[in-house]
Design a protein around this ligand. Structure first.
Ligand code: S3P
Length: 440
């Protein structure tokens, strides 16, 4: 258990860990390429390491050498070792992207995960992959499942029924094996790291804007070449530090080298609308992605309406936005957040329960979360994280600004995405303490 306590000013300059989405993709494309891929800045969180372990069980070389990770690829269809069971731990991204990879390999393997991942729906990814030729053994769309790839995948045109970068990416990865063109159409833009990185590795990919959305087409029978990848800082991890600064008086920090791809920055856009002092400095491009140093300072905030079409660009940031909203004056209404129900936990339910336990007025329906701010945040809650790293970090942040300490039941889960979170927060001046179960 960890407890966070009302803290003084936070100050300093930090580098947040590598972006989780880009880290998974760098390992995967490295394994599907011929030759060597050198990755710097890889997130060494449990989620990404599970993807690395799965790829090495499938025959790719995945090793850390000095400060970089080196992947010796097997070629697009070359992952043919007998891997045994692949355990993706807590990671929906790892499991779902790897389903797209396995679809085109001459491999039969079981996919497993922890209790949280085993509750999450896989059907959204399996439906298009089955259309392409993947064989699935299992009772429903939950892990554990046994998958058998096919060497004669069929290309498809697939309109995403939910705005999900994981589904889009799985279909595009499978499309690398299908002769001809595989197209994914998305009506709302989702994170585009797979598209950017496929091009970086030499795949032929076209993007066109149609009346029903953006069509992304990948050419099958592709060949990928090993490349160097430099992983920028994760804006979803930076969000917790940003929120901590905003709710502790007199604080100011700089977050160095953060990814500012517009498909990921909805949280920062929203904070600016709330009146937050957030500046992007030294904007530049690194490894095909836009990056900046983000300077954040605390100050008064007001509640806002967050439109539904912004959800994909900040889908992982709603729990921590709800924390910020409780310290802002007035109401914050977040529309179009139904997808939160199928994340590492039911994030609508876990955020709402945590807010209530800390004395914040909030309510939710199927697709909306509303937080009443500006009434003072009592804190004092014991938060059930439900094996969800973002719930754990969001509520630790709340305790730094609340009147009474906030305690979370599971600190270990933070290592899935941000292993150094507590150390970094403490170095900035945050008071976070270990608590024994017997402590009051
Ligand atoms: C991710 C996509 C998002 C996000 C997840 C990472 C990715 O999920 O919540 O943390 O790397 O593609 P969905 O695609 O299900 O929205």
């Amino acid at each position: 258990m960890l407890t966070s306590i009302k803290s003084g000013t936070l100050k300093g300059s930090v580098r947040v860990p590598g972006d989780k989405s880009i880290s998974h993709r760098a390992l995967i494309l490295g394994a599907l390429a011929t030759g060597t891929t050198k990755i710097t800045g890889l997130l060494e969180g449990e989620d990404v390491l599970a993807t690395g372990a799965a790829l090495s069980a499938l025959g790719a070389g995945v090793n850390k050498k000095d400060a970089a990770w080196v992947v010796h690829g097997r070629g697009v269809a070359g992952l043919n070792a007998e891997p045994g069971e692949l355990d993706f731990g807590n990671s929906g991204t790892g499991a779902r992207l790897m389903m797209g990879v396995i679809a085109g390999q001459n491999v039969r393997t079981a996919f497993t995960g922890d209790e949280s991942l085993s509750r999450r729906p896989m059907g959204r990814v399996l439906t298009p992959l089955i259309l392409m030729g993947l064989n699935v053994e299992g009772d429903d769309d939950r892990l554990p499942l046994t998958l058998t790839g096919a060497t004669d995948l069929v290309p498809i045109v697939y309109e995403l029924p939910v705005p999900s970068a994981q589904v889009k990416s799985a279909v595009l990865l499978a499309g690398l094996h299908a002769p001809g063109e595989t197209t994914v159409i998305e009506s709302v833009p989702t994170r585009d790291h797979t598209e950017r990185m496929l091009r970086h590795f030499g795949a032929e990919l076209t993007i066109s804007h149609e009346k029903n959305g953006t069509a992304i087409t990948v050419n099958g029978d592709a060949e990928l070449d090993g490349r160097d990848v430099c992983v920028p800082g994760d804006p979803s991890s930076a969000a917790f530090l940003t929120a901590a600064v905003l709710i502790t008086e007199g604080s100011r920090i700089t977050l160095e080298g953060v990814l500012v791809n517009p498909t990921r920055t909805g949280f920062y856009e929203t904070l600016k609308e709330m009146g937050a002092d957030i500046q992007y400095q030294n904007e530049r491009e690194e490894g095909g992605e836009p990056v900046a140093d983000i300077q954040v300072a605390s100050g008064p905030l007001k509640g806002v309406e967050v439109p539904a079409d912004r959800a994909p660009s900040m889908i992982d940031e709603y729990p921590v936005l709800a924390i910020v909203a409780s310290f802002a004056s007035g109401e914050t209404r977040m529309e179009g957040v139904g997808e939160l129900r199928v994340k590492e936990s039911d994030r609508l339910a876990s955020t709402l329960a945590g807010l209530k336990a800390c004395g914040v007025d909030a309510f939710a329906d199927e697709d909306t979360l509303t937080v009443q701010g500006g009434k003072g945040v009592r804190g004092g809650g014991h938060i059930e994280t439900h094996m969800d790293h973002r719930i754990a970090m969001a509520f630790l942040v709340m305790g730094l600004g609340a009147e009474k300490p906030v305690t979370i039941d599971n600190a270990a889960i933070i290592a899935t995405s941000f292993p150094d979170f507590v150390e970094i927060m403490r170095a900035l001046g945050a008071q976070i303490q270990q608590l024994e179960p017997s402590d009051p």
